[in-house]
Design a protein around this ligand. Structure first.
Ligand SMILES: O=C(O)CCC(=O)C(=O)O
Length: 376
């Protein structure tokens, strides 16, 4: 498709629907179900609701989740899932392990090593691995309804659902997930097939958001799946040593967004900018910081990248409520859009390929979190 036409779509969608300021609309108080449905869900438009929405939750009213002694006591004896990576980026693109002949290799999609451990041990590990010297970063999370499955002892501290969202969407959440990370934890660009009500409880979360109309700007490509592995017996950061990356056999390809918005070095910045001009030279993504007590409505199909600033204790806690999305005409339009190739995106794909960094340049459309309970 002519990039001019794609550019028109991106501009028009922002002008007509999402706004051109790059800011996410903020609401001073929780919306009525009608307003939430009409102005945000139907419009597929994000918003942030102020902390007036959550002041009454015991987690906030009594500052329960800022108190490690409380969390350790209530969750003692409970096993939780912890994602371990060498750098804090779970589900992200990394170089493939070196070839036996030492030849150049491309990138792969690396999933974290997931370990189950008792909560007090997991919390200590999150603290220990927040230090830059730690060869491992621990992020307690599991996108399979982990709050209700693993943290049920904390159920009374929060609401089981967001009442105005439940009424607007006509259903209860399909999954409720808890996220406990340190300043090194990061989630790479992807999208989900859920209406997401994301509540930050301690610390801050920083989101970069791109609407589904701008899917081509993230250069979704297929990458071989790989997973970090470690010895099963150890759990403290010293005992754990280095994580090893194993490529899945037989080869399985995972479609994932190629863009890293925060490349680690100046050389990486230059590489990313030349490979992915649609992202780096186009309109800025919507950018927002969600603070303790605030709720981000992250509409279904929006691409998001998430990083965090810990609280004074050194951790960030968030809980999100995933409601089923409706697979309606917007979904059909989206699928049509991503079935179309962009010229710029294609030539950038060839560039990646010739430098040996991308294994497969075919455009693909489904970069969703890999451990969801439902993959639509
Ligand atoms: O908080 C994070 O690190 C990621 C959150 C996310 O991807 C989601 O809620 O869908």
């Amino acid at each position: 498709m002519a990039d001019e036409q794609l550019g028109n779509l991106w501009r028009e969608a922002r002008e007509l629907s999402f706004g051109t300021s790059g800011q996410v609309e903020r609401l001073e108080s929780p919306p009525s179900p009608l307003r939430f449905l009409r102005d945000f869900v139907a419009a597929n438009k994000p918003c942030i609701i102020s902390r007036t929405a959550t002041l009454h939750w015991p987690a906030f009213a009594r500052s329960l989740w800022s108190d490690d002694a409380y969390l350790r006591r209530v969750l003692s004896g409970h096993s939780v899932s912890v994602h371990l990576t060498p750098h804090g980026r779970a589900d992200s693109l990394v170089p493939l392990p070196p070839a036996p002949d030492g030849g150049a290799r491309g990138l792969c999609f690396a999933s974290a090593c997931v370990r189950s451990m008792e909560f007090p041990e997991a919390l200590s590990l999150i603290y220990d691995t927040g230090l830059p010297s730690s060869p491992v970063v621990a992020y307690a999370q599991q996108q399979n309804d982990c709050f209700r499955a693993e943290y049920s002892a904390l159920a009374m501290d929060v609401e089981p659902h967001i009442p105005w969202a439940t009424e607007a969407l006509g259903c209860l959440p399909e999954a409720v997930n808890l996220w406990i990370g340190n300043g090194r934890s990061e989630t790479s660009f992807h999208k989900d097939h859920y209406e997401n009500l994301y509540v930050v409880v301690t610390g801050e979360k920083h989101f970069l958001l791109l609407p589904p109309t701008e899917a081509h700007r993230l250069y979704v490509r297929s990458y071989p799946a790989a997973q970090y592995v470690t010895t099963p017996s150890s759990s403290s950061s010293e005992e754990m040593g280095e994580l090893k990356l194993e490529v899945m056999e037989p080869e399985t390809l995972v479609p994932w967004c190629s863009v890293d918005p925060y490349p680690p070095s100046p050389e990486d910045v230059a590489k990313q900018r030349s490979r992915f001009p649609l992202y780096f030279e186009g309109a800025k993504p919507f950018e927002c910081t969600v603070k303790a007590g605030e709720i981000l409505y992250l509409p279904s199909m929006w691409f998001h990248h998430v990083s965090q600033t810990p609280d004074c204790n050194g951790r960030t806690i968030a809980i999100n409520y995933w409601y089923d999305m409706v697979f309606d005409i917007k979904y059909a339009y989206f699928n049509f859009l991503v079935s179309i190739s962009s010229h710029t995106s294609e030539s950038a794909g060839m560039l990646c390929n010739s430098s040996g960094d991308v294994s497969n340049i075919s455009e693909d459309s489904e970069p969703e979190s890999k451990n969801h309970i439902v993959n639509a």
